[in-house]
Design a protein around this ligand. Structure first.
Ligand SMILES: [Cu+2]
Length: 166
């Protein structure tokens, strides 16, 4: 009876590790502004600084399409000055997913008059590979992937070692 429960516990631990690993490696979707979404009252600077954006991830803008929109601005100065007229892309469905296809910085703002200057804008800094990898080194993403897998194997073996001493 006890043995069965232990086996179950081990199985659950292995499953948890597998799920964790999946989460680390999979491309992520970032809901801009968190649960509040694309809204004037959100502090997008602090939202963005708590996120790690990497190539392959998506950012999703959810908002009331009658009130807001999403425009992408080409550079830092357009972003600072809220030059909506310089927009290189605009979306207005109310549920817009944008794929981060390469590293670098991208600038987004609301296209509604006055909203950008009220703070409805966000700067997305996209890292190459995972957070800890150094940009410009092409092998970095694969090496960090194998690092995670090694960690996963180690964690999977742990419960077996623990069982021996029970
Ligand atoms: Cu707006």
């Amino acid at each position: 009876m006890e043995m069965l429960m232990m086996k179950r516990a081990v199985f659950v631990m292995i499953a948890a590790v597998a799920v964790m690993e999946e989460k680390v490696l999979a491309d992520q979707r970032h809901m801009v502004g968190g649960s509040q979404g694309w809204e004037e009252s959100v502090d997008f600077d602090s939202w963005a600084s708590a996120q790690t954006f990497k190539v392959g991830d998506q950012i999703v803008f959810k908002y009331n399409s009658g009130l807001h929109s999403v425009v992408e601005l080409p550079d830092e100065s357009s972003y600072k000055n809220c030059d909506i007229g310089n927009a290189i892309e605009s979306k207005s469905s109310g549920n817009d997913a944008i794929k981060l296809t390469k590293s670098g910085t991208r600038y987004f703002a609301c296209g509604t008059i006055g909203h950008c200057s009220q703070g409805m804008k966000v700067k997305i800094k996209i890292a190459t590979g995972t957070a800890s990898s150094t940009p410009s080194s092409p092998s970095s993403s694969s090496s960090s992937n194998s690092h995670y897998s090694l960690l996963g194997c180690f964690l999977m073996l742990l419960p077996f070692y623990a069982l021996r001493f029970m």
